[in-house]
Design a protein around this ligand. Structure first.
Ligand SMILES: [Zn+2]
Length: 78
């Protein structure tokens, strides 16, 4: 059993040390707004706070990427 919060989060995992962190979708949407060009490279990545050098990536990418492409589709055609 995992704790379920009302807020949607995305599970991020560090490629180096394997640390996991739940990133709220609110935070990811905020990054979309301030740094939209990141969407070309897929989901946002964070530096791992635990080991300090590892890159944290989402465990499952699809949702965010689809959302990102949708955003860009709109921007490029307008
Ligand atoms: Zn790490």
């Amino acid at each position: 059993m995992q704790n379920q919060t009302l807020q949607n989060t995305v599970s991020y995992v560090c490629a180096k040390c394997g640390a996991k962190e739940e990133i709220p979708e609110d935070v990811l949407e905020y990054f979309d707004e301030i740094n939209p060009e990141m969407l070309f490279f897929g989901s946002h990545q964070f530096t791992c706070e635990k080991c300090g050098t590892g890159i944290m990536k989402p465990e499952k990418e699809s949702e965010i990427i689809i959302k990102g492409y949708g955003l860009y589709d709109g921007l490029e055609r307008s």
